[in-house]
Write a protein that binds this ligand. Structure first.
Ligand SMILES: [Zn+2]
Length: 307
């Protein structure tokens, strides 16, 4: 309130005009409808000739994270690993990070967040109109990935076609799932179904990575000799699931298969020293992996993609 009034005064002084009505104290007293984001909700990365943008479509606090990320860990081990990584064991903050890939001929959005509002706000902040998206790729059918597709009636991306895994689609089409039926099934006519190794667009290759869901897919992005993996929900936490790949995660439908997929995909990423973007890694969600003990240490990217 005080700050805004002062800012309005400074602006008025700078422009030589009276305080604009929208900055006047009476207007400022109206509470905002939403808490504004506390950081820019997008991060641009150069990868060969492509521009990638990670988009923070929302965050959500999680209480008692061991009941989500360490079902088969002892409380002592969960507390010790958390303390070693400088994070609390009794609280967590989950982020939702779709990735936009601009190739020059296509504008491809991987996953859509929880709601149209979340993804639209992040895209708009990044200077991209929802109308500009030409292809939406869904890694799997959980609500935090399909929620932004539409409000149940109006599609968020009116000019887009869609692509998703065939195994994944077929599973949820027979599951009686309200979210899938409301948001994904109505788009079937505009959807391409992918198998392992298929390409939704030039420079992009599907990698079947099952366990989290039956047909969950990661994607490899290649441009001008540079590569990056979108790991989607192969791991859902940068410490608990990467350093302990065998810890059971509540949201992994087949826990043993999810653990085997984590070891295989992240083992390849570590061995090839590739960058990756994880949908639930700490924003901006991009980093590298160093083999460590029984798993991997997440090494956040710094300026590698700005050069
Ligand atoms: Zn997810």
């Amino acid at each position: 309130m005080t700050k805004l009034t002062r800012r309005a005064t400074l602006m008025a002084a700078a422009t030589g005009l009276a305080t604009p009505a929208f900055l006047a104290p009476a207007t400022a007293q109206t509470a905002p409808a939403e808490t504004p984001p506390d950081r820019a909700p997008y991060r641009r990365l150069k990868l060969g000739d492509f521009t990638l943008t990670t988009l923070l479509a929302g965050t959500r606090p999680m209480a008692d994270p061991q009941t989500i990320f360490g079902l088969n860990a002892t409380p002592e081990d969960f507390a010790a690993l958390s303390a070693a990584a400088f994070i609390p064991a009794d609280a967590s903050l989950n982020g939702f990070t779709p990735t936009l890939v601009e190739t020059g001929s296509e504008v491809v959005l991987f996953d859509t967040g929880l709601s149209p509002e979340g993804i639209t706000t992040a895209l708009t902040a990044a200077g991209v109109a929802p109308e500009a998206v030409t292809l939406v790729v869904l890694t799997h059918m959980h609500g935090d990935h399909i929620g932004g597709l539409s409000d149940g009636a109006t599609p968020t991306f009116p000019n887009a076609r869609y692509a998703t895994g065939k195994v994944e689609y077929d599973f949820w089409a027979g599951a009686g799932n309200a979210g899938f039926d409301a948001k994904v099934r109505p788009l079937a006519d505009q959807t391409t179904f992918l198998n392992d190794g298929d390409s939704p667009a030039d420079g992009m290759t599907a990698i079947l990575a099952p366990g989290h869901t039956p047909g969950h897919m990661a994607f490899r992005i290649d441009s001008a000799g540079e590569s990056l993996i979108l790991t989607a929900d192969t791991a859902n936490h940068y410490v608990w699931s990467l350093e302990r790949p065998d810890w059971d995660v509540k949201y992994d439908m087949d826990k043993a298969q999810a653990a085997a997929t984590r070891r295989a995909l992240f083992g390849m990423i570590a061995a090839e020293r590739l960058p990756f973007i994880g949908y639930h890694m700490p924003f901006p969600g991009v980093g590298f992996l160093e083999p460590k003990g029984d798993g991997f240490r997440f090494v956040p990217a710094t300026y590698q993609f700005d050069l």
